[in-house]
Design a protein around this ligand. Structure first.
Ligand SMILES: [Zn+2]
Ligand SMILES: [Zn+2]
Length: 380
């Protein structure tokens, strides 16, 4: 991967080297841009200059004045992307806006805020179409145009699926799989797969199109996952996190679900009792052992019977995890071959945007730096 452009002063997008407009709509320091996956640049380009942007009630000081901004603002972008003219304001929320999503096909602006309301406006008329109260703050928003389903990821770790119709919002289902808050969502409308990233370091691929309830875990980050993008042509998922890693996942690979962890009072290999199994410990005069689980077969095993570590890429484990000795012996080198590539972004990424036509990736970091990456070498 080659880094095309890097350090820019805070608040300024990288110089538009021949490709103006790619990064320009993202204003740094505006956490609205940082937390709205896929909202701005894509929407701006598709709409030929129309974008919805969420404003925040942060202590945003301009010219000595502090603004408390709780509304959505629509701008007209000039042809060269160098000027933004306010066009419309959406009075949507009573608290800080967290995510905005413009759906060009519906001419809808979806927004969520710390008031836990999901609201959607018609950008044509400017009218509020409806609202829905969520149980927790929303941190990820994706929309399926075909079925008019909206996927809402929240701080409780849950993904809620809602169906939006003119003025009516109905609950379809909820997904639970993360142990931390959902930090990013990414929807692939072709394969009908939803990816959710979480502060629990994991990504879950929810296979909605497969209709079997399959959920595959992807473990490749050592800290919070902060952004997800999908490259539809090559079927690759790009994930970025607080660990500074950019991981490019090959989604053409058939991965398996991780097994349920089995419960047992004895090691399921050597039959030594676990420490809570007092009767067995007393009867056989054995010392109780700590219970562990093999990540491959899910069996409850003692530490001695699971001393090896192996990556299991076909189960989404790209780094070595605990496996029982039998599983370790049966995993072939071929099965250990990585299904993702790892790259160091050298900053803690808070937002990511992928532009598939040029294969450019924009990362913005906690260090207030925007980096533009040429991904052609790895996304192909
Ligand atoms: Zn054992
Ligand atoms: Zn095993």
């Amino acid at each position: 991967m080659t880094r095309r452009d890097s350090a820019s002063p805070p608040g300024v997008a990288p110089p538009p080297t021949g490709h103006q407009g790619f990064a320009t709509p993202v204003r740094h320091g505006d956490r609205g841009a940082a937390e709205s996956p896929g909202a701005h640049p894509a929407a701006a380009e598709q709409a030929g200059g129309l974008t919805g942007a969420g404003d925040h009630g942060s202590d945003h000081t301009e010219g000595g004045r502090s603004h408390q901004r709780l509304r959505g603002q629509e701008f007209i972008l000039s042809e060269d992307y160098n000027k933004m003219t306010p066009a419309q304001t959406y009075q949507a929320h009573h608290a800080r806006v967290t995510v905005v999503l413009f759906v060009l096909e519906m001419e809808w602006l979806l927004s969520t805020a710390q008031d836990k309301l999901l609201s959607w406006h018609c950008t044509e008329s400017g009218h509020l179409q409806g609202t829905y109260r969520m149980a927790a703050w929303v941190s990820g928003l994706e929309f399926d145009v075909e079925t008019r389903h909206v996927f809402v990821g929240d701080q409780s770790g849950q993904v809620t699926v809602l169906k939006l119709e003119q003025g009516v919002c109905t609950l379809v289902t909820t997904f639970r799989g993360h142990t931390g808050s959902v930090t990013a969502l990414c929807w692939d409308p072709v394969q009908r797969v939803l990816f959710s990233g979480s502060s629990d370091h994991s990504i879950i691929m929810w296979d909605i199109g497969g209709r079997k309830g399959t959920a595959i875990e992807l473990q490749g980050h050592s800290d919070k996952v902060q952004g997800l993008c999908y490259a539809p042509h090559t079927r690759q998922l790009i994930s970025c996190g607080s660990d500074g890693r950019i991981v490019v996942w090959n989604m053409d690979v058939n991965r398996q679900e991780t097994p349920e962890w089995l419960d047992s009072d004895l090691c399921q290999k050597c039959e030594q009792p676990f420490f809570w199994n007092f009767k067995q410990m007393w009867d056989s005069k054995k010392i109780g052992l700590r219970q562990h689980h093999c990540r491959r077969c899910g069996k409850a095993v003692c530490g001695k019977c699971s001393s090896k570590r192996s990556s299991i890429p076909l189960m989404g484990f790209e780094f070595p995890v605990r496996v029982c000795d039998r599983c370790n012996d049966s995993i072939t080198d071929q099965e250990r071959a990585p299904t993702a590539t790892f790259h160091d972004s050298k900053h803690s990424v808070v937002h990511v945007h992928y532009e598939p036509t040029r294969s450019w990736l924009l990362t913005s970091g906690l260090d207030k730096i925007l980096k533009l990456w040429d991904m052609t070498a790895v996304v192909s």
